[in-house]
Design a protein around this ligand. Structure first.
Ligand code: FES
Length: 383
């Protein structure tokens, strides 16, 4: 069995295939160097949750894919770490993120997604440009001393890197905040991928319990008996670290067809799923010809909302080809959704099990090292 160190760079495609075939031949998997023991109180403490939410505000965290703001005036509004934010594609093509609150009396300017040239507050009609400037106050004479120039929408520091828009709520918006942590994240979104769907689901469990279910393949056979297991392997993953992040690779059995082909022809598209955990609360999961970006929003100790953005390889000029690919991807996603339902069932059960008082600590085994890295990162950041 293979150990991985935190200094290991991400494997390239041939290296990954070789590692997987070696594991198949030896009935092995990647293993961490030590188990991780996490106190249950860290899932139950309101103070700990408040600290975790503050952490989500203090770092650059994925807000949405660039594709959610494909055109000028496109906007996406949602809560991030409990704060209502709105991301907008401006006239100059740049994406900006603002606190979603009118400077009059705080009403949110928009909900969900759409496209507008002007953001008009639904309460009294104050109007803001896509750059956040306050452009119009109806019955202006009622606010003789109000400085409209100084009261545009409040910007949140953001970065658009490799097709993802990140926000850092507690940073200064003067370019001085540290975005270096983003440098280690590879370009995860292939050319031609376009936004296909945006979904939200709420799960009655702590956000970490939900996240943990995506970070190990130890449960494939038991939990996904009729879904993933027939096509994959039980407890066979490749686990890598980059920065404080992880990549967990889940091969499909079709990868064995590569044995008889020259390495120059090895392509893993359609032969594995890779889950990139972008610390702390984001997972990017690859599937054949598509990927999901999942952002976990803690709503309480036992409630989590997952925002999921599905991007697919549908950027073909040929409409028939694009439509066929779209159909194929959406059919495949039904399979992934069935697996997610199974994950949610065990995660909600785990939440209830935590509340039983049976365990004071949870132990994560050597196969579950990406979960250990998640908790180690939280311990490092929160003390
Ligand atoms: Fe927005 Fe009054 S609260 S215009």
């Amino acid at each position: 069995m293979t150990s991985q160190s935190s200094a290991t760079p991400l494997l390239d495609e041939p290296q990954m295939v070789l590692r997987i075939l070696d594991h198949i031949d030896n009935k092995a998997t990647d293993m961490g160097e030590e188990t991780w023991v996490e106190p249950v109180v860290n899932y139950q403490s309101p103070d700990r949750l408040a600290a975790e939410i503050n952490l989500l505000k203090s770092r650059f965290v994925v807000f949405c894919p660039s594709q959610s703001l494909a055109n000028t005036g496109d906007y996406l509004a949602r809560n991030a770490a409990g704060t209502p934010l709105i991301a907008v594609r401006g006239e100059d093509g740049t994406a900006k993120v603002f606190r979603n609150a009118c400077r009059h009396r705080g009403v949110q300017l928009a909900e969900g997604q759409g496209c507008k040239r002007v953001l008009v507050c639904p309460y009294h009609g104050w109007a803001y440009g896509l750059d956040g400037r306050l452009k119009n106050i109806p019955h202006r004479a009622g606010f003789p001393d109000f400085d409209a120039e100084a009261n545009g929408l409040v910007a949140v520091p953001s970065r658009e890197v490799n097709g993802l828009i990140y926000v850092c709520q507690d940073g200064a918006d003067d370019g001085t905040n540290d975005a270096a942590s983003l440098d280690v994240i590879p370009n995860l979104i292939p050319d031609g991928y376009e936004l296909m769907t945006t979904e939200e689901v709420e799960v009655d469990a702590n956000w970490k319990l939900y996240l943990e279910s995506a970070l190990e393949g130890y449960h494939i056979r038991s939990t996904h008996t009729q879904t993933f297991y027939p096509a994959q392997y039980d407890n066979l993953t490749v686990v890598e670290a980059f920065g404080g992040n992880s990549r967990v690779t889940y091969p499909y059995q079709t990868i064995e067809r590569l044995r008889d082909r020259p390495q120059s022809e090895w392509s893993t598209n359609g032969r594995l799923t890779q889950v990139y955990h972008l610390f702390p609360n984001v997972v990017v999961s690859t599937f054949p010809n598509c990927l999901q970006i999942g952002v976990l929003e803690p709503l309480g100790l036992e409630k989590t909302r997952r925002h999921t953005y599905l991007l697919g390889d549908i950027g073909y000029k040929d409409a028939t080809k694009a439509e066929a690919m779209k159909k194929s991807i959406l059919e495949g996603q039904e399979f992934a959704k069935a697996g997610n339902v199974e994950d949610v069932e065990v995660v909600v059960s785990a939440q209830q099990g935590l509340n039983s008082g049976a365990n004071t600590h949870l132990t994560f085994g050597l196969f579950e090292s990406a979960i250990g890295r998640l908790h180690a990162g939280l311990h490092r950041e929160l003390g």
